[in-house]
Design a protein around this ligand. Structure first.
Ligand SMILES: NC(=O)c1ccc[n+]([C@@H]2O[C@H](COP(=O)([O-])OP(=O)(O)OC[C@H]3O[C@@H](n4cnc5c(N)ncnc54)[C@H](OP(=O)(O)O)[C@@H]3O)[C@@H](O)[C@H]2O)c1
Length: 306
């Protein structure tokens, strides 16, 4: 395939998903343009050093989105959510940003829009705004006249190795019961999958694809993290006492108990179609191990999730 004139615009390229996608697209020879808020930030400069074209802009500035999207072949769209305290974005803003980008993609004749949603979305509401707004964006995109692919990543493996998860105390707590399995995705696999989707539009056109790298139970996480850390790490489900003090975690746990967050990806088929997807053990041999050891070193008392 000749890619020289097929630029892909990547949103969130200084973040986890966009960074993974930008990286994988560059590795596969695609010209990449990234909309960044600050072209001088360390992460933006690192993108430019990879040969990625930077365009300064902001989701809230539609003119900047229009300038960035002009002339591109494809768009990777992802937005921060209210589930991440850091950006102060509301569910309404997430919805507005996701829909505006989709509208601009249509108006500008973009040939392939890939939107990253999340595992918990679907026709019925979860009661959690940052999931339900993604269902709304998905539906909106399906109603537009544009070739699109919607990916629904499961929980990132990276979340398990955040400082403040108790790893320094030999403990990891998460949503599942110890014998309950859930799917996880290594962030670097999101890029591999999205690059494969852009490379085969006829195969993935107008598909919605649940994506995951591996499925593991709480007890298996303990076993794998113990091996990778070289010291015992026990697994427990978030204790009830903690859930009572943290309404966000409590609501998320309810979604897990309803089976909406444990993942629906057909992992064997994904592995067949996209080579190199990581098992949790493989992730723990690479970037996962680095993150795990750093989290143990950093310590911290607070639960990292909110
Ligand atoms: N965590 C999980 O397990 C999981 C699983 C599935 C889906 N998700 C979803 O993933 C999404 C977050 O993706 P992520 O983890 O890749 O995000 P992330 O690492 O936090 O990165 C967010 C990116 O968005 C950019 N950004 C923030 N505000 C912006 C604005 N106003 N205008 C333009 N760019 C802006 C940031 O740029 P700066 O460098 O300028 O800050 C950064 O590049 C959320 O919607 C979440 O619900 C998460």
């Amino acid at each position: 395939m000749i890619l020289q004139d097929k630029t892909i615009l990547v949103f969130g390229a200084t973040g986890q998903q966009g960074g993974s996608v930008a990286n994988a697209l560059r590795a596969n020879g695609w010209p990449v343009r990234a909309l960044v808020r600050d072209t001088k930030s360390e992460k933006a400069v690192a993108l430019a050093e990879q040969g990625i074209e930077l365009v300064q802009g902001d989701f809230s500035d539609t003119a900047s989105l229009q300038a960035a999207i002009e002339g591109v072949y494809g768009v990777f769209s992802v937005q921060p959510s209210s589930g991440q305290g850091a950006y102060g974005v509301t569910d309404e803003q997430e919805g507005q940003y996701g829909k505006t980008i989709a509208d601009l993609a249509v108006v500008n004749g973009v040939q392939h829009l890939v939107y990253s949603s999340t595992v918990a979305t679907g026709p019925t509401k979860t009661g959690m705004g940052h999931f339900d707004i993604k269902s709304e964006i998905e539906e909106y995109i399906r109603g537009l006249d544009i070739t699109h692919t919607i990916v629904r990543p499961s929980t990132f493996m990276e979340i398990l190795a955040l400082p403040g998860m108790g790893l320094d105390k030999g403990q990891i707590s998460f949503f599942m019961h110890p014998d309950q399995s859930a799917q996880f995705i290594a962030v670097e696999d999101i890029g591999k999958i999205v690059a494969a989707i852009f490379a085969a539009p006829e195969k993935y056109a107008n598909h919605t694809l649940d994506i995951s790298s591996d499925a593991v139970s709480g007890a298996e996480i303990a076993e794998k993290f113990t091996r990778a850390a070289g010291r015992p790490i026990n697994y427990q489900r978030f204790p009830d006492a903690l859930l009572e003090t943290n309404p966000f975690l409590k609501a998320l746990t309810k979604v897990v108990d309803e089976g909406r967050l444990t993942g629906n990806a057909d992992i064997p088929t994904l592995r067949q179609q996209i080579p190199g997807l990581l098992t949790m053990d493989q992730w723990l041999e690479g970037t996962g191990k680095t993150a795990l050891l750093a989290a143990i070193e950093a310590g911290g008392d607070e639960v990292a999730l909110r």
